[in-house]
Design a protein around this ligand. Structure first.
Ligand SMILES: *Cc1c(COP(=O)(O)O)cnc(C)c1O
Length: 430
């Protein structure tokens, strides 16, 4: 399928006049339509709730849009908890799914009344020590080990993953939690990232639903909710078929009716913690070509770099690129599209066939709405870009300003170093 940016060339040129590149741009209309589709897909389940994985796109403006569709927040750190709180998402609208958790973070989660999803059996005692009690509502993360395969083959290797309880630990854990006063139990598992198939959630649901039946039979505990977590992917490549969330919801519904209902567990709420699927396709990185270089290969240097979008450098991930204004031109040139980091993996695309690019052309790097800006870092002293929301009415709104050198040096402020502001402490994005 041809990938078309959610923004037109005319719109993007107008936005650039107000907000210089590079910046991440988000599509409010797309986020809203998708959030509604997710809600519709699971409307058959009375207790359904999506806890947006805020690590994917930790911006309160985005969180508040999703909140209108009933979404809570899935957090895994103190600052993510603070972000959720500041966005008006508190209490059991927060799922605290963390691992290797410090005591202070359990304390903050408890203070907010978040649902705590334990990653390990030792965390039962650790949590009790940290907060002084075991909450009435508590969840455990399951790791089945081995390799995880569904009909279209091996998907991932949970046996190698650091997360979750083994099956034996899970039974022991629920027993201990019950003894310590827990009353409502949740079951969670996250086995595979970025699945582009409608079969992953239903297959995971079957695994967890059957486990819930066993838990009921063995321990007399009827789990209150089953959390399918994240992992629903998006079509980064033009040749991939995007997931159909309605089909996914129906697939989970079918297994629910087959496994949970006959076991007397028909009141179980289904939770999800999607990040990528909620915002991924509704964000893009807008950047300008600033140099061309012809050596052993042809390079286009842009004003964004891996510090603004790490996925290609870190995972070799594909992100589609559109040269704005040349949407229909022939892809006649083979380029590496590169940033300015002193790291040879700082390449948004390698050997990519694109229309001929001139310095000054604007490039849209697709599907950066999740795990894009969020994974930013400051290597080489590169600063975070701004984030701009393309509102449903077509106007742009700044939802995070770009980082400045002052921000970068803030952690050195107290040492009184003589930084000279006339060297350009006011960057172009401020
Ligand atoms: C990362 C993460 C998610 C979200 O994953 P996506 O692939 O973005 O949907 C959900 N839950 C937990 C515990 C995670 O670590």
């Amino acid at each position: 399928m041809k990938k078309i940016p959610f923004v037109t060339n005319r719109q993007v040129q107008e936005i650039i006049r107000q907000f210089p590149t590079p910046f991440h741009l988000y599509d409010e209309k797309g986020i809203r339509a998708n959030a509604q589709a997710v809600r519709d897909a699971f409307a058959w389940n009375k207790g359904y709730k999506e806890y947006f994985a805020v690590k994917a796109e930790p911006n309160p403006f985005i969180i508040q849009i999703l909140k209108e569709y009933g979404c809570g927040c899935d957090c895994s750190s103190l600052t993510e908890l603070m972000l959720s709180d500041a966005s008006g998402v508190v209490g059991e609208n927060i799922m605290f799914s963390s691992n290797n958790t410090p005591a202070e973070e359990f304390q903050a989660a408890a203070k907010l009344g978040a649902i705590i999803n334990l990653d390990d059996i030792t965390h039962i005692d650790f949590l009790e020590q940290a907060i002084g009690y075991i909450p009435e509502t508590i969840s455990c993360r399951y790791n089945p080990g081995g390799v995880y395969a569904i009909s279209n083959g091996i998907m991932d290797n949970p046996g190698d993953a650091k997360y979750g309880f083994t099956k034996a630990q899970l039974f022991e854990g629920y027993r201990a939690l019950k003894e310590k006063g827990a009353k409502r139990f949740g079951l969670h598992s996250f086995l595979v990232s970025n699945t582009v198939t409608n079969d992953y959630y239903p297959a995971l649901a079957k695994t967890l639903f059957e486990l819930a039946v066993e838990i009921k039979q063995e321990l007399g505990i009827a789990v209150s909710f089953i959390n399918l977590s994240g992992g629903v992917g998006i079509a980064y490549r033009p040749d991939e078929v995007p997931n159909d969330i309605i089909a996914i919801g129906e697939g989970v519904h079918k297994v629910f009716d087959e496994v949970l209902v006959p076991a007397g567990l028909g009141n179980t709420a289904i939770y999800t913690e999607m990040g990528r699927f909620m915002t991924g396709p509704y964000g893009c990185l807008v950047t300008t070509a600033v140099h061309e270089k012809h050596t052993y290969k042809d390079y286009i240097g842009v004003d964004a770099c891996a510090a603004n979008l790490m996925r290609p450098a870190m995972y070799g991930a594909y992100h589609h690129i559109t040269v704005m204004g040349k949407e229909d031109a022939a892809c006649s040139h083979k380029y590496d599209i590169v940033g300015s980091l002193c790291e040879n993996n700082d390449k948004f695309a390698v050997d990519r066939m694109l229309p001929e690019i001139a310095v000054g052309d604007v490039l849209v790097i697709h599907d950066t709405g999740a795990h894009g800006f969020a994974m930013g870092y400051n290597y080489n002293g590169r600063l975070w870009s701004a984030e701009v929301l393309l509102k449903a009415d077509g106007t742009p709104q700044l939802i995070r300003r770009a980082q400045t050198p002052q921000d970068y040096f803030a952690t050195l402020d107290c040492f009184g170093l003589p930084f000279r502001t006339e060297l350009g402490a006011t960057p172009k994005n401020s």
